[in-house]
Structure formats: structure tokens, C-alpha cells
Design a protein around this ligand. Structure first.
Ligand SMILES: Cc1cc2nc3c(=O)[nH]c(=O)nc-3n(C[C@H](O)[C@H](O)[C@H](O)COP(=O)(O)O)c2cc1C
Length: 317
């Protein structure tokens, strides 16, 4: 089974990916958070820096584009080809209310004729393989057969299915029956995504789609950075590894010139997930949230790591 780290905007940056790959080797591929080009195909320089090959040495990285204009998509794809990438991922899953009304991300599913035209344009001219990360629909998975009919017209390198509709945001139960049907009918190889938080959750997905050979983990892996190893039957996370991971991340943020208050905010975002490894410690969670300085933060994090860590806990929404 191939296991991929999902793109998580604001979290799985190049610094995060590098340190994760060093401490927890064995993730088959990382997907970068989206590049969002403007109408001319220009991207923010910070987003481009994040995917520069020199900032992603020794990891298999697939950049992602969030965009509904073929020319802009192709301009970024050419830039990625010049950097040496061989694959680009199209985001058809972002549920944000600032993205969807512009018919981007999951909003591309609002008008299937436009989606078809977009795909025809980019597949006829893109220098890279294209994979697609999609939701099952806007309002219901019942939309997916019509969506898949369009995807099946194109040589999609891999179809990553986040098994929810857009209205489910990140909360509804993944629809495994709809996923299994999509898996059977897709011409492109399929990767599963959605709520893989433990070995048991992977088994549930495999019961629905026994031939599945690729899965993508997001929040579960930010909660437990050793989840890839655990899903392969390896040892669960230990507190020392987690402490080292967090220490190395902090050091990397600071040595990249990120100011202390911003480094603290970035660490708190990671702790929003990883606090689930410390069940039954609401005071510890509050202390992390309330930390005003890295010194406060260290005191709170050390206390949690020494007293409340549970190696088999998992993200629970
Ligand atoms: C904070 C956050 C940022 C995300 N950023 C992206 C992104 O840049 N591109 C993308 O395709 N999906 C993004 N996602 C969605 C995840 O990649 C993934 O599809 C989703 O979290 C479901 O997987 P999970 O249940 O394993 O977390 C993001 C999700 C979260 C919670």
C-alpha cells in the first residue's frame, strides 16, 4: 500500500516535510499545499519557494494547483516542468467559501461542462502528468457518477478521492459505499482520502475497497507523525520522537528567520492536531493555547509530553 501525506495549507510546508521525512522516513509521497495563481498564472513568491527543488531534496513531492483557468494552470505547470517535476495535482476539493463561489477547488464541480472544457484544454497541452484530488460532489455523492464520466475521458495519472461532498467540509462521515463504486468505475488508478486516523480506519476502508493500493493521510498524520509507520504494522509514536520532531520544527522555523511570535503560532497550529495524542488533558491544551512566548510554550509542551502522552491515541475531529 502506498501512503501519501496530504497537502495541509499552513502546516505541511517544506520545513515540516523535510523534518517529517528525516524523523519518520517511509512516507511514499508528499503533496504540497496548493499554488493559487492569478489569472496570468503568477503565484505568490512564498508559495513558489515552498516547492523549489532545493527546499525539497530527497522527498517525492507533487505540487498542487488551485485554479480554473487553463492558461494560468499551464503557465504554472510549465514552470514546474522547468524545475524538474513530473507530476502536478489539480485541486478539485477545497471547500472554502472564499474559493467555491469562484468555481475553484470543489467549486469546479458546480458546472461540469466547464470542468470538461478545462480538462480538455489542460490535458491536451500540459507537459506534466496530471493527478486530480476531488470530492464526491458539491451537495451529494449522488453527483459522482456524472463527475466520473468526465474524469474518465482524460488520462488522469491518479484520482485521489476525498470521500465526502463539499457540504461535508471536514466533518461528515466519509461515504465508503460511494467511494467503492467510484473506485470500481474509475479508469484512473484511485487513492483514498478521508478520516484515516488509525490502523482500524484503514481496515474499514479496505473492507469496502479490498484492492485499494494507495491512501492519503492528512489530519491523522499531523496528529501522529508516525501514523505511516503504524499503518504498516510498525511501532507507535513515542513521546521522545514527538518531542524531537517538535523541537526540530521550532529550530527550523527560527533559523529560517520566522519571528518568534509567528513560529509560536505555527507550533500552536500543529498542536491543534497533536494534542489528540494527550487525551484527558484539557488543562494542557489550554496552556499551549494561552502561551504568549516560546518559554511559556516549552513549559506547557514539556509538561504534556512527560505526563499525558498516549501512543495509540488518534485525531477525533
Ligand atoms: C488545515 C487544512 C489545510 C488543507 N490544505 C489543503 C490543500 O492545500 N490542498 C488540498 O488539496 N487539500 C487541503 N486540505 C485537505 C486535506 O488534504 C485532506 O483532503 C482532508 O483533510 C481530508 O483528509 P484527512 O481526513 O486525512 O485529514 C487541507 C485540510 C486542512 C484541515
Amino acid at each position: 500500500m502506498e501512503l501519501y501525506f496530504a497537502p495541509m495549507e499552513g502546516i505541511t510546508t517544506c520545513l515540516y516535510r523535510r523534518i517529517h521525512a528525516e524523523i519518520f522516513p517511509g512516507t511514499d509521497r508528499y503533496y504540497a499545499p496548493f499554488l493559487a495563481p492569478d489569472g496570468q498564472g503568477n503565484c505568490r513568491s512564498s508559495s513558489l519557494r515552498d516547492i523549489l527543488p532545493e527546499n525539497n531534496a530527497d522527498i517525492d513531492l507533487v505540487p498542487q494547483i488551485l485554479c480554473n483557468r487553463p492558461e494560468a494552470f499551464l503557465r504554472v505547470a510549465r514552470l514546474l516542468a522547468d524545475m524538474g517535476y513530473r507530476e502536478v495535482n489539480l485541486n478539485v476539493g477545497c471547500p472554502s467559501s472564499t474559493v467555491v463561489p469562484k468555481h475553484k477547488g470543489a467549486g469546479m464541480l458546480l458546472d461540469l461542462n466547464s470542468l470538461d472544457i478545462f480538462l480538455a484544454e489542460v490535458f491536451s497541452r500540459c507537459p506534466l502528468r496530471i493527478s486530480v484530488k476531488t470530492r464526491l460532489g458539491m451537495e451529494s455523492a449522488a453527483e459522482f457518477p456524472a463527475i466520473l464520466e468526465i474524469y474518465n475521458r482524460y488520462p488522469i495519472h491518479q484520482l485521489i478521492i476525498h470521500a465526502r461532498d463539499r457540504n461535508g467540509m471536514y466533518k461528515s462521515e466519509p461515504d465508503l459505499a460511494a467511494f467503492a463504486a467510484a473506485y470500481r468505475e474509475s479508469r484512473a488508478p484511485v487513492c483514498y482520502n478521508g478520516n484515516l486516523f488509525s490502523p482500524a480506519s484503514l481496515q474499514t476502508v479496505l473492507a469496502a475497497a479490498p484492492e485499494l493500493n494507495a491512501a492519503m493521510l492528512g489530519r491523522g498524520a499531523v496528529t501522529d507523525p508516525a501514523l505511516f509507520r503504524r499503518l504498516r504494522g510498525g511501532a507507535p509514536l513515542c513521546a521522545e520522537e514527538l518531542a524531537e520532531f517538535l523541537r526540530r520544527l521550532e529550530a527550523a522555523f527560527l533559523s529560517a528567520g520566522i519571528p518568534e511570535h509567528y513560529a509560536l503560532a505555527r507550533l500552536k497550529e500543529i498542536w491543534f492536531y497533536t494534542i489528540h495524542m494527550f487525551p484527558g488533558s484539557p488543562k494542557g491544551a489550554k496552556a499551549i493555547n494561552k502561551a504568549q512566548s516560546l518559554a511559556d510554550y516549552h513549559a506547557a509542551a514539556d509538561r504534556l509530553l512527560q505526563n499525558n502522552f498516549s501512543p495509540t491515541a488518534a485525531f477525533s475531529g
